[in-house]
Design a protein around this ligand. Structure first.
Ligand code: DQA
Length: 143
């Protein structure tokens, strides 16, 4: 069994970008920790980050039939992308939306997610632990 972790725009800068909001861990470190957690359960992990909406859409399409779930931090596209919402609706693989920061106590425009209504669930504000919580949910659901 496998999970796909997708990260959207600017998350390549994780660890360097606004560390007071997003923390000091880099994306590679987060990916490694998640891979280790899943490995204990005999699950695999594929990771992809892009600053381009279309590339994220392509990876969502390609995930159909390949993964038990997608852990997705759509970053700023959360609040703007009808196209990503439609891509999630087009596949049967469940998606958990993850936000590192608490999007509900920041600027008002971050409170709205166009994607959350078509996701299995949403995790926000736990820091990068949120990615592990999402993985745990997929593991539990497959038991
Ligand atoms: C984010 C929250 C978004 O509002 C923001 O645009 C990001 C990161 C988070 O992980 O907290 O880039 O998705």
């Amino acid at each position: 069994k496998r999970l796909l972790m997708l990260n959207g725009p600017n998350l390549n800068l994780l660890g360097k970008r606004e560390p007071t909001i997003y923390g000091n861990s880099g994306l590679e470190e987060v990916e490694t920790e998640l891979r280790e957690l899943l490995d204990v359960h005999g699950w695999g992990l594929s990771c992809f980050q892009s600053n381009h909406e279309g590339e994220l859409i392509d990876h969502i399409h390609k995930a159909e039939g390949q993964f038990e779930g997608i852990i997705f931090n759509p970053a700023a596209y959360t609040h703007t992308s009808v196209a990503l919402r439609d891509a999630i609706s087009a596949i049967s693989v469940p998606v958990i939306e993850v936000h590192i920061s608490n999007v509900h106590n920041r600027e008002p425009f971050r409170r709205e997610s166009l994607l959350a209504p078509v996701c299995w669930g949403q995790i926000a504000g736990l820091g990068t632990i949120g990615y592990k919580v999402a993985a745990q949910a997929f593991l539990e659901a497959e038991k």
